[in-house]
Design a protein around this ligand. Structure first.
Ligand SMILES: [Zn+2]
Ligand SMILES: [Zn+2]
Length: 136
C-alpha cells in the first residue's frame, strides 16, 4: 500500500536499509506464504521482482509489508515480508477497509457534532432548529 502522507513521519529513518535487508532475505521473490488469502502452489508466491507477475502479468515491484499488528514505527523486518503488489494489496485489504470506515466515521461524527452545535446555538437564540437544522 502506498505510504499515506500523514503516516510518513512514523516510518523509521532506517526504512531504506530495512527494504534492502528484506530484498536480501527474499532474493527478489515474493515472501508471501499464503497470508494474503491466495493459495500459493509451492507454499510461497512465485512473483519475481522486475518480471511479469505470474497471475496479473504486470511487472512485479516487491515492497515491504507489515504483518497485522506491527506498528509503522517498527525497526526490524522480522514481522514484515517482501511482497508483490497482489499479495500486499490482498493482505492489506481488510485493514484498509477498516481504516476507510474509521476515517468516514470520524468525519460523520465531526459533521454531527457541528450540526449539534448549530442546533444548540439556534435554540439559544430562539430560532426553531427543526426549520434551520441541517437535513439528516
Ligand atoms: Zn506475492
Ligand atoms: Zn500471497
Amino acid at each position: 500500500m502506498p505510504i499515506r502522507p500523514e503516516n510518513r513521519a512514523r516510518y523509521p529513518r532506517t526504512w531504506r536499509a530495512m527494504v534492502a535487508q528484506a530484498a536480501n532475505r527474499s532474493g527478489g521473490r515474493c515472501e508471501c506464504d499464503g497470508k494474503c488469502g491466495t493459495v500459493h502452489e509451492e507454499g510461497r508466491c512465485d512473483a519475481i521482482n522486475g518480471l511479469a507477475h505470474p497471475r496479473t502479468g504486470s511487472i512485479v515491484v516487491l515492497t515491504l509489508a507489515h504483518e497485522h499488528g506491527v506498528p509503522l514505527e517498527e525497526e526490524t523486518i522480522e514481522r514484515m515480508f517482501h511482497a508483490c503488489q497482489q499479495c500486499h494489496n490482498r493482505y492489506d485489504a481488510p485493514m484498509r477497509a477498516a481504516g476507510v470506515k474509521a476515517r468516514k466515521e470520524a468525519e460523520r461524527r465531526r459533521i454531527m457534532d457541528k450540526a449539534g452545535q448549530i442546533s444548540f446555538e439556534l435554540q439559544c437564540f430562539g430560532a426553531r432548529p427543526g426549520r434551520l437544522a441541517p437535513q439528516r
